[in-house]
Structure formats: C-alpha cells, structure tokens
Design a protein around this ligand. Structure first.
Ligand code: GLU
Ligand code: MG
Length: 442
C-alpha cells in the first residue's frame, strides 16, 4: 500500500480516531497490544513508545527490559466494531531494542529477514492460508464449552448452518478492515468453519492472520459464541488446519510455472517442494507448536500424516492444486492455526529457499492413497511420517541448522524452554483415556 507516517496522521484525524492499539505478537503468536491516545500517535510513529519486554513471554529478562515499538504505517486500520465517535484504530509494530536496533526475538523481524534472503535472489513469496476454526457455545458464566451450535457438514446451507449469521458478520467485518474474502463455508465437522482471504505477500499475510484470529474471536463473542483455533478440540472428528498455499514471484512472473516442464512445474518449484519435504520433520515444531497439534496429524481426518507430495490426492503433506499460470502454487497441508503466523511463514519460506539453493529433488509425486499402503510399501517408497508428538518435532528441530538459523538463537532458546515445560506438565497428568482403560483392568 505504501502509506507514510503523514498518511496515518491525516487518516487518524479524518476518521476521528481517539485511541490507537499498537499491536505485536509474542513468540507464541499471541497478539499483544498497548493502547495510546491519539495525541501520542506522532510520537508512536517515530518509534518512541516503550514497553516492558520482560512481561512478554519469550522476549527479555527483567534486567534488560525496555523495548520500543516501531509501527508499520501500512497496517493502519479502524476496528469496525468500535463506535465511530471516538474511533479505535490499530497499527502492527516491529519490536526494537532501545538503542534503535531491531530486536532479534521479534517474530515479525524474523520473517522480514527471510523475506530479505528471498529478495537477494530476486524473489518474493506470496502466501494464502486457509484457517479453519470451530464455533462453540459458551456456558452461563460465558466460558467456552465443547458444544457446537449445529450439526451441519461441508458446504451445508441454512437452516442447518446456525453459525451462518456469525460467519456473515465475520466476513463483513474483515471486509471493512480491507480483507479480500474469497470464500467462506461450513467445514466437514459440526460447528467447524473456514473463511479464506486472498493471497498476498508473506508479511501482509502473516499480519492478516494475526488480525484474522483476533477478529474471528471478537465477532464470535458478540454472537454469544466462542471461536477456537485449537487444532483438535474434539476426538473423533476433523481438526482445524491452516493449509498454506505458497508461490514465488519474480516481478509479475510466478516462477513456479513452466509450461514446458513435467506437470508444468518449474525446476525451482520442484526444488522448493523438496526443501519443504526435507525440513518438514523439524519445522513442524513451529507450524504445529502445541501438544494438541499432534492429535490432528493422524490418519482418517483429512490432515496429513506422511511426508510426500501429490498432484491429485489430499492425503500427503504437499499438494499441487490444479491451477497453472500465475496461479501455480504449492499447498502445504500440515500447519495448524495455533502457530505463530510470522514464524510459520518464516520456516516454510526458509525450507523452500534451501531446497532451491541446494537444488534438492523430491521423490516422484505419490498419487496413490498412502493410507492404504502397508508399512513395507511406504518404506520401499521412502515415505516417512511427520513427527508424532511435539517432543519428537522439537528433537528434529534441534538438529536442523537451517530452520534454527531462520528463527534465530534468541527465539529458539525461549521456545525450547517453554515447550519443555509444556511437554513435562502434560506428561505428568493422568488423562481420562488412562483412567478409562486402566482403572478397572489393573
Ligand atoms: N480439517 C482438515 C485438516 O485438518 C482439512 C479439511 C480440508 O481439506 O479442507 O487439515
Ligand atoms: Mg478446509
């Protein structure tokens, strides 16, 4: 868009803005914000608003806690659900150290770094995510339950789809905030929905995803519902994925398309796919960062389990949608919407670029149903599985220098520490399944 600081000041005045929310995400992708009155806006635009980094998870220790927020003028947008009088707008910020250098633990900064690496190769990434979510009822205290509001299924229409008015409101709100919505529909599971917005450059897409989750939850709440991006809230039905379509452009040209190559996929596209497959065991810790994420990556629920690619069927990790020309793209089906969108795009792009730099080649595309193969057949075809748990994924990540380089030491150290605590605390619990299976048996 190319907005300047002056544009932001003028728009804030024209729109009667009273408060600005300065937003950024912590390393887990949780949106944080500091509200300032509009009188502070020009100071904020100069990057002079400080906050205490030690109170943000994964940022800094107490002794070195002052940090600065540097807003990106392009992200200025009004919150449509707030009153027009005394309006509220937001700006997404990069996090800087107080000496004016970029903070190495800022997820948005990490994404910018790998985007710059692509730019050195004359390339930029376009990404289009499909974030799925559930709508649940809340109880008398307003707390979320696991009760869905309908029994509808894929693409079902009203009157079965009772969440439709909430979803319509979500789409309208997102559109008012500048999102170009391509489709919205009921997903396979009861109470499950998907709203797709148009692909964009990787940074804009990451910003949009952070905003998207926040808007969906806000609008759901106004309808008395709770929206959840938890990857697998209910056993026995589909979980929620965040399939990510990706392509690389040189100027106007999509370099993944080559009409003269097999499958009309360029050598670069093939190398990019190989990079994704090679680094998937490690980057899954970032694209699927919760214990619950691994309850989704199991056979039978349209989520990928095997590290393979395909032109046609939906079971492998990487699928190539039929579209060619400018629309040629690679769909990675493993990510889930509990990820930090900045870090998830960082590791996907890094993996693909690494495949291109090393000219990696993937195995032949797998168009048979991998779930129907025996373990021997899979082994013969060198089809391995995605990590089965967060612990396994973390071990793989620890051994993948390319992906670690993309997220940087600072984030890795904090992430590792936090995930260890998460895994340990889960491991010590006694789960309902254990009680059900062992209590009367032993
Ligand atoms: N919900 C499925 C998943 O967990 C995907 C369904 C679809 O193909 O859209 O990835
Ligand atoms: Mg879907």
């Amino acid at each position: 868009m190319g907005l300047t600081k002056e544009d932001v000041l003028r728009m804030a005045e024209e729109m009667n803005v009273r408060f600005i929310r300065l937003q950024f995400t912590d390393i887990f992708g949780i949106l944080k914000n500091v509200a300032i009155p509009v009188e502070q806006l020009s100071k904020a635009l100069e990057g002079e608003i400080q906050f205490d980094g030690s109170s943000i998870e994964g940022f800094l220790r107490i002794e070195e806690s002052d940090m600065n927020l540097v807003p990106d003028p392009n992200t200025f947008v009004l919150f449509p659900w707030k009153p027009k009088e005394g309006a509220v707008a937001r700006l997404i910020c990069d996090v800087y150290n107080c000496d004016g250098t970029p903070f190495i633990g800022c997820p948005r900064g990490r994404l910018k770094k790998v985007i710059a690496e692509a730019a050195e190769m004359g390339l930029f990434m376009n990404a289009g995510p499909e974030a799925e979510f559930f709508l649940f009822h809340t109880d008398a205290d307003g707390l979320p339950t696991l009760q869905t509001h309908d029994n509808a299924g894929y693409f079902d229409l009203t009157p079965v789809d009772l969440g439709e008015s909430a979803r319509r409101d979500m789409v309208l709100t997102l559109q008012e905030m500048g999102f170009e919505i391509e489709a919205s529909h009921h997903e396979v599971a009861p109470g499950q929905h998907e709203i797709d917005f148009k692909y964009n450059d990787a940074l804009t897409t990451a910003d949009s995803l952070a905003t998207f989750r926040f808007v969906i939850r806000t609008v759901a709440q106004r309808h008395g519902l709770h929206a959840s991006f938890m990857p697998k809230p209910i056993f026995g039905i589909n979980g929620s994925g965040m399939h990510t379509h990706q392509s690389l452009f040189k100027g106007e040209k999509n370099i993944f398309h080559d009409p003269n190559s097999p499958y009309e996929l360029s050598e670069e596209a093939i190398n990019y796919i190989a990079g994704l497959l090679e680094h998937a065991p490690a980057f899954t810790a970032i694209t699927n960062p919760t214990i619950n994420s691994y309850k989704r990556l199991v056979p039978g629920y349209e989520a990928p389990v095997y590290i393979a690619w395909s032109q046609r069927n939906r079971s492998p990790l990487v699928r190539i949608p039929a579209r060619r020309g400018t629309g040629t793209r690679i769909e990675l089906r493993s990510p889930d919407p509990s990820c930090n969108p900045y870090l998830a795009l960082t590791v996907m792009l890094k993996a693909g670029l690494d495949g291109m730099k090393r000219k990696l080649n993937p195995p032949e595309p797998e168009d048979r149903n991998i779930y129907a193969m025996t373990a021997e057949e899979r082994l013969e075809r060198k089809i391995f599985s995605l990590p089965g748990s967060l612990e396994e994924a973390m071990k793989n990540l620890e051994n993948d220098a390319v992906i670690l380089d993309a997220i940087g030491d600072h984030i890795w150290e904090r992430f590792k520490e936090a995930k260890k605590i998460e895994c340990d605390s889960y491991r010590m619990q006694v789960h309902a399944w254990e009680v059900e299976n062992y209590l009367s048996k032993f």
